[in-house]
Design a protein around this ligand. Structure first.
Ligand code: OAD
Length: 247
């Protein structure tokens, strides 16, 4: 691990800035459950009953109950050392931006300035009638919540299965990847598209890919360096190693 860590830090310093791609694993140590794996949400819940436009049309209250439960977790959660190390890497110029599949807003809470949210945010809602967007200060009490402008049905401002990711966000992710010297991938299974395509795109463009994960994933075949471990432990060590090289 020591040698791999030094190799990753050298790549980060020499090819800076890196673009970062994150998934649920980066927030696991903040107490926000991941989707796949032994304790993953998709073991206990069926995505097609909760995270699709059809499910929302069928039973908006049920879908909102699930989102309110997750909102309660997210509003209580605090950024962990992984989020903070990435924000510090940005300040040092090692990282340009974080493209995240997470909807929890914890990168921003850690002080990350550049964040591209590919799957939206659970902290916001949007009106299914007039498109008005609002940010929650706390989870809604009345379910399903209604639009303060037009009385229409509000939905979580997140991307569901079968929906495209916001076009602007994806274009931005591709432009950022083009400008970056490499890709640092943290805590994602890499199986959900289009985010899951970024490691292959980086590798095809000859850019180094550093992966941080507790286990191998669909990203690992593209990884130049694989750092096995918890993001909250590995990223602060990677930051320290890179900082030493910068000094
Ligand atoms: P997943 O739950 O699919 O994958 C989480 C990854 O994090 C796995 O590869 C774990 O091994 C890894 N992991 C867990 N704990 C970790 C830790 N402490 N440190 C480092 N790695 C850790 O989550 P995503 O890849 O984010 O989409 O899932 C992608 C999308 O699928 C989500 O955004 C969501 C979901 O369905 C939508 O809802 C549209």
């Amino acid at each position: 691990m020591r040698a791999e860590l030094a190799r990753a830090a050298r790549l980060l310093v020499e090819r800076r800035p890196f673009l970062v791609l994150t998934g649920a694993g980066v927030s696991a140590e903040s107490g926000v459950p991941t989707f796949r794996g032994p304790d993953g949400l998709w073991r206990r819940f069926r995505p097609e009953e909760l995270a699709t436009p059809e499910a929302f049309r069928r039973d908006p209250k049920l879908v909102w109950e699930w989102y309110r439960w997750r909102m309660e977790l997210v509003f209580r959660a605090r950024p962990n050392p992984a989020h903070r190390a990435l924000a510090e890497m940005e300040r040092l110029g090692l990282v340009s931006c974080v493209v995240t599949q997470n909807v929890d807003g914890l990168h921003q809470a850690a002080g990350q300035r550049c964040v591209v949210e590919l799957h939206g945010s659970i902290r916001r809602a949007r009106c299914t009638s007039c498109g008005h967007r609002l940010a929650w200060e706390r989870p809604p009490s009345e379910l399903p919540p209604r639009c303060p402008r037009c009385g229409g049905l509000l939905r979580p401002d997140v991307v569901w299965f079968g929906e495209p990711v916001p076009e602007g966000a994806w274009r931005r992710a591709l432009a950022l990847l083009e400008e970056a010297g490499g890709l640092l991938v943290v805590g994602t299974s890499g199986v959900v598209m289009p985010a899951g395509a970024l490691p292959a795109l980086a590798a095809a463009a000859g850019k180094p890919v550093i992966e941080v994960n507790v286990e191998e994933s669909a990203v690992t075949p593209y990884a130049t360096v694989f750092l096995r471990g918890r993001a909250g432990e590995v990223l602060p060590r990677l930051l320290e190693e890179a900082r030493r090289m910068l000094a």
